[in-house]
Ligand binder design. Sequence first.
Ligand code: WTA
Length: 630
Amino acid sequence: MSDRIHTLSGYFHEYQKSVTEPEKFWARIADSFHWQKRWDQVLEWDFEGPDVKWFVNGKLNITESIFEKNLFTHGDRTAIIWEPNDPNEESRNITYKQLYKDVCQFANVLLSKGIQKGDRVIIYMPMIPEAAVAMLACARIGAIHSVVFAGFSASALADRIVDCEAKAILTSDGNFRGNKKIAVKAVVDEALEKSSVDTVIVCKRTGQDVIMKEGRDYWWSECLEGISTDHKAETVDSEDPLFILYTSGSTGKPKGVVHTTGGYMVYTKYSFENVFQYSPGDVYWCTADIGWITGHSYIVYGPLLAGATTLMFEGVPTFPDAGRFWAVIDKYKVNQFYTAPTAIRALQAHGTEPIEPYSLDSLKVLGSVGEPINEEAWRWYYTHIGKSRCPIVDTWWQTETGGIMVSPIAGITPTKPAYATLPLPGVQLCIVNADGKELTGNSVEGNLCIKFPWPSMIRTTWGDHDRCKQTYFSTYKGMYFTGDGVKRDHDGYYRILGRVDDVINVSGHRMGTAEVENAINEHPLVIESAVVGYPHEVKGQGIYAYVICDMTNRTEENLVNEIKDTVSKIIGPIAKPDKIQVVSGLPKTRSGKIMRRILRKVAEGVTENLGDTSTLLDPEVVKEIIDGRK
Ligand code: WTA
């Protein structure tokens, strides 16, 4: 653990080194991993391309740094604690040795189904240990996994299968969530009506009826029969893709963010150990779903690379009651707890009574991720969960960054509510104004960019490199543009202000407004729509849709419900608009551009001083929109 930061001056010292001698800095950290062949050069980069390579020509398999490297020292340590949805069902404890066997065996299963290095494998699974086994087994054979959040619809799943030309899908019969049993395999079947794969492997979880297609669908447990638990890891290059993860942007369909192996490995472990100050023997719990980047980097890869005990929770925060998180923390004596502001706010709404039966005295560090945490939620979390003795690490990062970029180092960086505070070593932030001019010094506000490569950064968008360039590297020359607004205060601390593009953040889930509009427009009676975010007490942002539709023979209520169902079917329930307002027109400029600024303000409840409306084609429509606002 020589790469651990222990003091604030130590942090500043490391940060300085990472900027003045980045290659030396990262080489030192990378040296503690298992490489089959060491790299020739630490970094090669050009943000114009973009073309970024870390640990050039290094050969490795990421699972060897999790298993082979450590089995002698901590093979008997618990790797994964699994807490089921139903607290009365037995939990599971999987040691590193056992997980190693499971991963090797499933790697052999994948090979036996003809899946090879470089092939894409979709993982559409609930939060069960087999999902982690699936990811690691893909990595073990050099196949590229693409985990799709199991709440996405058949149509969204089909889009992803087609986009990455997946060869196989790993899934389950169903999923337990609270008191509901949700079909999973049936969604896969529906998706496969519009796409195709050679193989589907189905893990039995709920026992519900499923249809198995001969020659394509196999039961997970049957696949394991007679299969060896020995497997020699495939050799991959540092820059071979480890996974694709689809995420929403301001335009078009979700894009497949590609992460490669060497840099991602080095950065996720380094950031995990430092941000959370994880010590061997601690129990760490991140409540994210493996369908999101947080689950990839900070349930699976980061913690397992660090030899940590990582808790995986199948259920929801409010089942069987709003004390579930706190019950789980006490049950396993969780030391580091990492969740999202939306969950904190939802639980805050239940008051402190559900917390009272629990001591929570194992907690050492609290984390927050996914959206800006408001001051009130921060204080509630700090006082009632952390009992005013646990630092909160407010971690800012993105699917594209692969790992945490801005965050306090737990217990070391002095915190400030709603501030992500300071960049991690290796992260060179830059605030720019609308013209792309860097704003130096403190007390400035602008758009957040990153001007130097970091090891776990996005390398490309699957099948469309130009889209990666256009989206992230073209807005400001020579810089990665995050899409977030930011403020640097008088202390040099960073506060993330939220997206400045057409992305909204609903309960920590990223949604593109264009994506939601496209889904709404699929309803046959919808003529046009415009979607904006608005402040929502629990979700952070809610989805507000303005729609123009043909109302003949319809009531507004019917139509609104049908539109919500359409969105649910096309994207998933998480994208359902919270409010739908039927309008006769949208505020457009003479050139036909929708003035979203006005729509956003009205959705926020602002009805006066809407700014200049003189360029509007039909200023009257603004009045109608204000009068009919929801
Ligand atoms: C937002 C999640 C404020 C931000 C890891 C970013 C945050 C987007 C924070 C990425 C935070 C994430 N404070 N905003 N601590 N963490 N965000 O790709 O707008 O799902 O651009 O990655 O979430 O969301 P994504």
